[in-house]
Design a protein around this ligand. Structure first.
Ligand code: MF3
Ligand code: CO
Length: 270
């Protein structure tokens, strides 16, 4: 069942989404080679508690950490570990915050140090595809329009692999609500979008093949060919004629720009 939110609920969801953005911003400030993803996860847990909020992921279907930190060939749901980040790593940080009865759930991919150009292009194109999907999140369109736009930009234009097994989702009082939001699809197919529907749109795009597998831990999803994968996620309220992006990349990007240990996709030539 889809849940349509009234304007007051949308404002509460904006608070949750922005708390995730704020947390990602603090992480963007401290990312560098040599720190462990477990340390990052602990900072994330501490920050969320300081907001009088709860980490949405911790305990969700038994998930054992505050966040998912997915490095290089890990697509999503990476466990934070004691392994140090190193120069050239591509790191997706995915965070959920539960506050005032609503979840925020979004993600950003960072480039640590001197990341290869082909990986920088994957980062740039995946982020672009997220915005192409968001453009379709308007009342009267269908879910398939979003996936179609993402797939066109990534798979058709660049030959990247669009992950099929994992999808975006509705968001609200529960972290996963209807509808599912695939990153592939046919124009004009699927559920009709109406004002007040909040979606977590989250392209997961592979440099190589689209196939993935899940590790023995039951969570970590990796690319079958072990090539790099990138993940961006925004929380978006469907509007009339325009989507309302509840999360905020501008503060994350400003922190990224100020951190000399990060390479920026905006600096790479198209
Ligand atoms: N952004 C992911 C999702 O929407 C994160 C879920 S991790 C989990 O599915 F541990 F909470 F499941
Ligand atoms: Co999500």
């Amino acid at each position: 069942m889809m849940h349509f939110k009234n304007p007051e609920e949308i404002e509460l969801m904006r608070i949750s989404a922005r708390l995730v953005s704020q947390t990602l911003t603090e992480i963007a400030k401290i990312l560098k080679p040599g720190i462990t993803t477990l340390y990052i996860d602990q900072l994330i847990g501490d920050m969320i508690k300081s907001y009088d909020a709860t980490p949405s992921f911790l305990g969700y279907s038994g998930y054992p950490f505050n966040s998912c930190i997915s490095v290089n060939d890990v697509v999503v749901h990476g466990f934070p570990t004691k392994t140090e980040l190193k120069d050239g790593d591509v790191v997706s940080v995915d965070i959920g915050v539960y506050k005032n009865g609503y979840h925020g759930d979004h993600a950003y991919t960072f480039a640590i140090g001197d990341v290869k150009e082909e990986h920088m292009q994957l980062i740039r194109v995946t982020k672009e595809s997220l915005y192409k999907g968001i453009e379709k999140a308007i009342a009267g369109n269908r879910v398939g329009d979003i996936g179609w736009a993402i797939q066109e930009h990534t798979e058709k234009q660049y030959g990247y692999g669009v992950v099929r097994e994992l999808v975006g989702h509705g968001l609200g009082r529960k972290m996963h609500e209807d509808p599912q939001v695939p990153n592939y699809g046919r124009r004009g197919s699927g559920a009709k979008l109406r004002e007040g529907l909040v979606l977590a749109i989250e392209p997961m795009i592979n440099l190589g093949v689209k196939e993935v597998y899940t590790e023995e831990d039951g969570w970590t999803v990796r690319t079958l060919d072990h090539k790099c994968s990138v993940h961006f996620e925004h929380d978006v309220a469907v509007g009339k004629g325009k989507a309302d992006i509840l999360s905020d990349y501008s503060i994350i990007e400003a922190a990224e720009d100020a951190n000399p240990n990060l390479k920026k996709e905006r600096e790479t030539v198209a």
